[in-house]
Design a protein around this ligand. Structure first.
Ligand SMILES: [Zn+2]
Length: 305
């Protein structure tokens, strides 16, 4: 789209200047509020900046933070971290999944929920002037969309159509991205603006192909989360899709959201995708040119609106 920009927490940038990007991450995130597990609270700004230095050292220059308001999104803190690290940070908008939803999801009509997302994308979050650059992560909790989750998906879809912004989902451990696509398609969303997240938590190629054939992006974004799938299996499934010719619709990320994901706590940190996982892909014969398509060109295309 001519004139399209990528909208970061520091303002709009030319897509060509994005560089190498992680597409589904969290810098500050509060799942602790719901789960009661302290490991699931990221709220240390100095630590965040130090950890993100590892992304830079690994060749990264951009990160999509898909933390929504019900996951403790903090626009002002994201902006400070962007200033301190020099990274392009793209912020999310919308609501995560049912256990996290605020009461408004039941009380407001779908169109008013859409209007909240549209305002965050076009004007900024609650008077801060800091604009979201992507819709999501929009999730479902289990293997179906609840009534509330369907309402949020429809609101997200309407905001997507009104703005052209990309829409990224959370579909974990089940092939439930297809149920999300059904609802988005029903709303008339352009599938080339949709990213189905966490596809590598359900490594069935038929699932991935159904998403790709619908025209959406398949995102392997839990790289390094070896309790869900070992990276070896993840790499094998990813390479199989590349060999079938789908490089232009594949995305990568690592979904750092726990303290134990951070290097300071013994985790793999934000550099893992562009170092260890790249090496796994190279070992299977994937060229650097293809890695650039997946982590530079595809993010640049999908994030611009
Ligand atoms: Zn996530």
């Amino acid at each position: 789209m001519a004139g399209a920009k990528i909208h970061t927490v520091l303002g709009a940038i030319e897509p060509a200047t994005l560089g190498r990007a992680l597409m589904h991450e969290h810098i500050f995130c509060d799942m602790y509020r719901v789960t009661g597990r302290l490991n699931e609270l990221l709220n240390d700004e100095a630590l965040a900046a130090a950890e993100l230095e590892l992304l830079r050292q690994a060749g990264g220059s951009a990160l999509v933070d898909v933390t929504t308001s019900d996951l403790g999104r903090d626009p002002a803190a994201l902006r400070r971290v962007a200033e301190e690290t020099g990274l392009h940070i793209i912020m999310g908008s919308g609501w995560y999944r049912q256990p996290y939803y605020p009461p408004e999801i039941d009380k407001l009509p779908t169109d008013q929920l859409a209007d909240i997302i549209i305002a965050e994308l076009t004007e900024g979050v609650a008077g801060s002037g800091i604009r979201a650059g992507i819709i999501g992560e929009i999730g479902v909790d289990l293997d179906y969309a609840t009534a509330q989750e369907e309402r949020v998906l429809r609101a997200a879809a309407r905001a997507q159509k009104a703005t052209g912004a990309p829409l990224t989902t959370h579909a974990s451990m089940y092939p439930v991205g297809l149920a999300q696509l059904d609802i988005l398609q029903d709303e008339g969303v352009d599938m080339s603006r949709v990213i189905i997240g966490h596809c590598d938590t359900y490594l069935a190629q038929a699932y991935h192909l159904a998403i790709l054939e619908a025209g959406a992006y398949v995102q392997f974004d839990t790289v390094g989360r070896n309790h869900m799938n070992p990276d070896s299996r993840r790499a094998e499934a990813f390479v199989a899709l590349l060999r079938l010719g789908w490089k232009d619709q594949l995305l990568l990320s690592s979904d750092r959201c726990f303290r134990s994901d951070l290097r300071a706590f013994g985790g793999l940190g934000y550099g893992h995708v562009f170092t260890t996982f790249f090496d796994l892909l190279r070992a299977q014969g994937i060229e650097d040119e293809t890695l650039d398509v997946i982590t530079i060109e595809n993010p640049r295309r999908v994030l611009a609106w």
